[in-house]
Design a protein around this ligand. Structure first.
Ligand SMILES: [Zn+2]
Length: 319
């Protein structure tokens, strides 16, 4: 049973909003662009591996948690690409989407990727990440007095990755090998938990699930304000008159261009907005008009009169 689905990470949504509003000449534009490309590439790889799970009829009772985040007792976060709970074992999976060849130097704890053009670089080492997660789950299980083996593995999402010298344990293999690996784990470990123990463990882990904040700390002066025209590649701010936003450059008219702009505001600045902040950011002069636009959105408000603010919901674009 899929308990926690993989959503588009907030980091990707925030970077997309930022790149819509950052000047192409900004000193960090290409840095953020590369950052977004890397995150999207990783996310695509995770999606590719996720599909493998739905062709395993022998898995029986289980819980799958994609992109599970938990904080440890020291206040540090653990981001786990995939967590599988079964009656036989618990599995922590690290998913990597890598182009080229990888080799691991165990003594140096160093993962080297060699690109097809021969250029070599060091990547974050997934083995130490897995070891850190494994230690946490040992502590959690022992606190719960649950005796369950922990399995860990690194899965390569990209079929073209060449796996060079890597340690025997934890296993590292291509996504196509996931089914065989799960089968071998089921054979190696007998069923240890009752259904209610498994349910209890899943419930507890879900109750501790959290999502980490992603903050770029970009000052408002560096981003383009306003409701931006999608036809002009978000380079031009639209003007508001009688319920309609119009682009002064191409003449494009829209009633709901505001929704995307408000969503950008939520991602980049704050999920709360007052009437005054709205007028400043979206270039609406009249307080009355701003109030009318905001109340038409039917979103939650807190406080009264001058202290009133509106809460921009996460699902604003899907309502
Ligand atoms: Zn336009």
């Amino acid at each position: 049973m899929l308990l926690l689905d993989r959503k588009t990470p907030k980091s990707i949504l925030i970077l997309e909003a930022l790149l819509r509003r950052l000047d192409a000449n900004d000193r960090d534009f290409s840095y953020f662009q590369d950052y977004l490309t890397r995150l999207k590439f990783g996310h695509e790889g995770e999606h590719r591996v996720d599909r493998e799970w739905f062709e395993m009829p022998y898995l029986n009772e289980h819980y799958l948690l994609f992109n599970y985040e938990i904080e440890n007792e020291f206040g540090f976060s653990h981001q786990i690409d995939t967590l599988l709970l079964t009656k036989h074992f618990l599995l922590i999976l690290e998913v990597k989407n890598i182009v080229g060849r990888i080799d691991y130097d165990e003594q140096k704890h160093q993962l080297i990727r060699t690109r097809p053009n021969g250029m070599a670089e060091t990547l974050t080492n997934p083995f130490d990440q897995l070891y850190r997660h494994e230690e946490l789950f040992h502590r959690i299980l022992s606190q719960l007095k649950i005796s369950l083996p922990i399995e860990t593995a690194v899965v390569m999402a990209n079929p073209s990755t060449v796996i060079g010298t890597v340690p025997k344990a934890p296993p590292l293999f291509h996504a196509s090998g996931l089914r065989a690996f799960i089968k071998s784990c089921l054979v190696r470990h007998e069923s240890l938990l009752t259904t209610s123990q498994l349910d209890k463990l899943a419930k507890l882990l879900m109750s501790r699930s959290m999502s980490r904040n992603f903050d770029l700390n970009i000052s408002v002066d560096r981003i383009r304000k306003g409701v931006l025209c999608e036809k002009c590649n978000y380079a031009v701010a639209m003007t508001y008159s009688r319920g309609i936003w119009t682009c002064p450059k191409c003449g494009f008219e829209s009633r709901d261009a505001l929704l995307k702009a408000l969503d950008d505001y939520r991602l980049l600045i704050s999920e709360r907005i007052t009437n005054r902040e709205f007028r400043e950011f979206f270039n609406v002069e009249s307080m009355y008009a701003a109030s009318k636009i905001l109340s038409r959105l039917n979103i939650e408000t807190v406080g009264h009169k001058k202290g009133r603010y509106y809460i921009i919901p996460e699902d604003l674009l899907n309502r």
